[in-house]
Design a protein around this ligand. Structure first.
Ligand code: EPU
Length: 314
């Protein structure tokens, strides 16, 4: 819980860009989750640095929200400050162009779909893998978002970070590496407090080399996704694909779990690795469904499924 003094400090500094007791269900694609004590939307680096100083001085916990498309927030919500970079850190522009290599800078708060559209409008190749992936650029970087066609690591050149309490800097390979659906910071990048750096944006190395972007192929990719994935409230694939030769979706499907319903949470009938919120699901409904799915797949196939979605809050 935040003190009244701290709330006043936030209000004085951020006015309409701070809100209190904000239901996280309104900020996540799964539409579940209790309130965050505060949601702050700094519009530039100066404001962000001021905010981080205030948080550091008071010891109030914080976390960064991306697009909320891969997130399960528990029912009692999030203590401390949730910060969103979607207001001031969402620009996309070409920052350097050689004959066939183009660097595009995108802010962490920009939608990944906006970056895909920008690439398409400028006839740039490289973002094709990301067509149809929801969420923000920041979230995509941290999750090494991808499909079978590729992932962020294949195009990301460097990352702008704020490593509290330092000034923002741009870091490249050596400061981070990637795993399947993850970004791993080098130890030198982790703050004394244990916090990972805040991702402010990144530069994506795209190319013009292969000629015009195949718009028909991209539309087909979107259509395939619309057909093979549910459109209701969800957080995308719930579990990582295991190292076995069968995908998580296939295993859950074979275990006969499609349609399994707990409260208002349901294993999707369309794609078994999605759990959809039928409207009024609680986080507890979703978590219980995940637990049953994990147990059944372990029992039947000896495979331990690991969540892909991030679970936060109390
Ligand atoms: N399958 C089933 N039943 C199902 C779902 C899938 O039998 O209910 C089978 C499919 O027929 C296919 C195989 O499982 O043979 C793989 O399915 P799919 O092509 O849908 O790919 P996926 O591995 O389940 C991955 C990503 C998705 C991404 C798609 C398309 C992960 C965990 N999932 O899904 O990403 O959209 O490929 O590129 O990597 C996400 O990250 O949130 C996400 C949805």
């Amino acid at each position: 819980m935040l003190t009244d003094v701290f709330k006043k400090l936030l209000t004085d500094r951020f006015s309409e860009r701070v809100r209190f007791d904000v239901p996280m269900s309104e900020h996540t694609s799964l539409r579940v989750g209790g309130p965050a004590d505060a949601l702050v939307m700094p519009t530039d680096t100066r404001e962000l640095m001021d905010l981080m100083k205030m948080l550091e001085q008071t010891g109030v916990p914080w976390l960064v929200l991306g697009g909320g498309t891969n997130l399960l927030v528990r029912d009692r919500g999030v203590r401390g400050v949730v910060l969103s970079l979607q207001q001031g850190f969402s620009g996309i522009k070409i920052v350097k162009s050689d004959i066939d290599n183009i660097l595009v800078h995108a802010g962490a708060g920009a939608r990944l779909s906006a970056l895909c559209r920008y690439a398409q409008a400028n006839n740039l190749q490289g973002m094709n893998f990301a067509v149809g992936i929801p969420g923000t650029v920041g979230g995509a970087v941290i999750m090494n978002a991808g499909t079978e066609k590729g992932s962020v690591e294949s195009v990301l050149k460097d990352i702008d970070v704020l490593n509290v309490p330092d000034k923002p800097e741009t870091v490249s390979g050596g400061s981070f590496s990637f795993s399947y659906r993850g970004l791993i910071w080098d130890r030198s990048m982790i703050a004394e407090s244990g916090h990972e750096p805040i991702v402010l944006g990144g530069r994506f190395e795209l190319s013009t080399a292969e000629g015009l972007v195949d718009q028909a192929a991209e539309e087909e990719q979107r259509a395939r996704r619309r057909q093979s994935q549910p459109t209701g409230y969800s957080a995308g694939c719930v579990f990582k694909n295991p190292a076995s030769d069968m995908s998580a979706g296939r295993l859950i499907d074979l275990a006969g779990l499609k349609g399994l319903r707990i409260g208002e949470a349901q294993v999707s009938e369309v794609h078994a690795n999605f759990i959809v919120n039928l409207g009024r699901a609680s986080a507890a409904d979703i978590l219980r469904t995940m637990e049953i799915v994990r147990e059944k797949v372990l029992q039947e196939y000896g495979v331990e499924l690991e969540p892909e979605i991030r679970i936060i809050g109390e």
